[in-house]
Design a binder for this molecule. Structure first.
Ligand SMILES: [Ca+2]
Length: 229
């Protein structure tokens, strides 16, 4: 049975003839098509975002601790054998706090008593040692870092299936009685796809892209199925 359907306004007048239920079906199909287009656009954007960040993932914090200048060994976590970690050491400590106000960091020391953070001079630890040791061995912490970079040193470290340990050795006067403060140590494990570590912003983009992809798939697939049905 045919029905007359229409809508009128001051400018438009539509009249057409449809079988019963045809109008509702076309309206539903139109809505589904719009949803499908929206989903395809979302799917495409999510895919492009994922491609854009596919070479990077994140760096995950495994452990953080304070290594005091008392010379006491600090035992860290067990590091999985063969796994690559990143160890970061930052901040300064005093190797002669009273009366000289002299500071050191993981690798270097100063003889400038005026500013224990922004050093006017610096020297590597005596004897080719490092002040901050790992597993009771010296470490090459790299180039000097002053106040502007927070006396921060970063190295790669391979786990050996045993707890990693840290200790400050005072190679300047061998006295721990006049030492003050500590070095902050952070252990990260890299999760990389392509050999580069993502910063925080890139990680957020990655999470949004993954979420968007899941949402788009969850929407597009059922809609597409309904349209085909
Ligand atoms: Ca000392």
């Amino acid at each position: 049975m045919a029905h007359l359907r229409g809508c009128a306004s001051a400018k438009n007048l539509y009249i057409w003839t449809m079988e019963e239920g045809e109008f509702e079906r076309r309206e539903r199909d139109l809505r589904l098509h719009y949803w499908f287009r929206f989903s395809v656009v979302g799917l495409t954007c999510a895919f492009l975002l994922l491609v854009g960040v596919s070479t990077v993932m994140g760096r995950s914090l495994v452990w953080e601790g304070s290594v005091y200048s008392s010379g006491v060994e600090v035992i860290g976590p067990v590091l999985t054998s063969g796994t690559q970690y990143v160890i970061v050491a930052k901040n300064t400590w005093w190797y002669q706090y009273i009366p000289y106000n002299l500071a050191a960091d993981a690798m270097y020391y100063t003889t400038d008593p005026l500013n224990t953070i922004n050093w006017s001079n610096y020297f590597p630890a005596p004897g080719g040692h490092s002040f901050l040791q790992i597993d009771n061995g010296d470490v090459d912490w790299g180039a000097f870092s002053n106040e502007d970079t927070g006396h921060t040193y970063t190295i790669g470290w391979t786990g050996n299936g045993a707890p990693v340990s840290f200790r400050i050795r005072d190679w300047n006067d061998s006295s721990y009685e006049n030492n003050v403060c500590h070095i902050d140590v952070y252990i990260y494990v890299d999760v990389t796809v392509g050999g580069r570590i993502a910063d925080w912003g890139e990680q957020v983009v990655t999470y949004f892209a993954v979420t968007g992809l899941i949402f788009a798939c969850a929407t597009a697939l059922p809609v597409s199925k309904k349209i085909r049905g």
